[in-house]
Design a protein around this ligand. Structure first.
Ligand code: NAD
Ligand code: UDP
Length: 335
């Protein structure tokens, strides 16, 4: 079976390509490299010992997507391509609606024209907005607090409407919590362009000396140590969740699932675990809260366990160890 992986050169997509290839799928990556580096392709090939086709192009290019689907006889799409920086989305909302929403719309049209009726979509815990209860289950009310989150929510709504009108389609909406870590080979990992927006890559860059210190955004939240709490999930577990979701779509029905570990860790928990596993001191200073941040967010992953027989197996120590191995071996990322 051949899978078209949009955004397959990115952080989560590249790890998922490794698992797809290792499980015997053929993989075609469609990526415009707006937030990734071509070097990742040879790393995926090195890890798996398998080759893959790469098309340098945009998911909004419907004709190109149709050409790829036909040429390689793809049977399903994993759709990672998108922009993901919350702050940037506030400044450039149209870019986010265009890239994320219009991109997915064109992709669906292309798939429809080619008779490809299976898609796994990268959604996010951001569609829950400020949690009304914890842990968050999939039936938690949906809302969005910024254009990035709204683009994900709009795509989910479009996919629900589309599925209602086309019940033969198999659609998986996977709501990720906080992906972190890297492949245990240290060959692939997260390589943010410019200043990292997320906690783990920022800490890793402090550990290599590329950044002087970590700013912790608020220590006055109602949490065990005052810093924000999130559900960190190892990127390899996340990739394996995609594989299981795809296999499930092949055999039965559509899915909407949380992919999280179900455990909340604070910023200081992460700093201390990273220090222990890397042997590096992480200097930090407490700054004011980041606008729009929530205090606590973690998943109830029961439904994923029941429907996919999937659980996050790699703990926080493995996440920090693997993230550090990647950063230490590639202090400047892929460049
Ligand atoms: P990433 O930026 O590393 O990967 C996205 C990839 O898509 C990049 O390689 C980029 O070049 C490519 N891309 C972007 N726009 C494109 C377009 N129009 N056409 C073709 N390729 C395009 O991001 P990631 O962390 O791997 O995230 C993958 C998906 O998961 C995204 O949709 C993101 O919104 C979603 N997600 C990520 C997180 C997270 O914290 N990393 C959390 C929840 C959801
Ligand atoms: N955070 C921080 N400093 C940073 C980056 C993040 O203190 O440089 C905190 C942030 O306030 C939140 C947690 O780390 O409590 C996770 O933030 P991230 O942006 O990685 O994920 P998200 O907030 O989108 O869940």
């Amino acid at each position: 079976m051949t899978i078209l992986v949009t955004g397959g050169a990115g952080y989560i997509g590249s790890h998922t390509c490794v698992e797809l290839l290792s499980a015997g799928f053929e993989v075609i990556i469609l990526d415009n490299f707006v937030n990734s580096h071509p070097e990742v392709i040879s790393r995926i090939e090195k890890i798996t010992g398998k080759g893959l086709a790469v098309i340098n192009g945009d998911v909004r290019d419907q004709a190109l997507v149709e050409e790829c689907l036909k040429k390689y006889s793809c049977t399903a799409v994993m759709h990672f391509a998108g922009l993901k920086a919350v702050g940037d989305s506030v400044k450039n909302p149209l870019a986010y609606y265009d890239n994320n929403f219009v991109g997915t719309h064109r992709l669906l049209l292309a798939m429809q024209n080619c008779g490809v009726e299976k898609i796994v979509f990268s959604s996010s815990a951001t569609v829950y907005g400020e949690p009304q209860y914890l842990p968050i289950t999939e039936d938690h009310p949906l809302t969005a607090t910024n254009p990035y989150g709204r683009s994900k929510l709009f795509i989910e709504e479009m996919l629900r409407d589309f599925h209602h009108a086309n019940p033969s389609w198999k659609i998986a909406l996977l709501r990720y919590f906080n992906p972190a870590g890297a492949h245990e080979s240290g060959l692939i990992g997260e390589d943010p362009m410019g200043l990292p927006n997320n906690l783990m890559p920022y800490i890793a860059q402090v550990a290599t000396g590329r950044r002087e210190y970590l700013s912790i955004w608020g220590n006055d939240y109602a949490t065990h140590d005052g810093t924000g709490v999130r559900d960190y999930i190892h990127v390899v577990d996340l990739a394996l969740g995609h594989l299981k979701a795809l296999q499930q779509l092949n055999s039965s029905k559509s899915l909407c699932l949380n992919l999280g570990a179900g455990i909340g860790y604070s910023v200081l928990d992460i700093v201390h675990t990273f220090e222990k596993t890397s042997g590096k001191k992480i200097p930090y200073q407490i700054d004011k809260r980041r606008f729009g941040d929530i205090a606590v967010c973690y998943a109830d992953p029961t439904l994923a366990r029941e429907s996919l027989d999937w659980v996050a197996r790699r703990d926080l120590v493995a996440i920090c160890k693997d993230h550090w191995r990647w950063q230490k071996q590639n202090p400047e990322g892929y460049a």
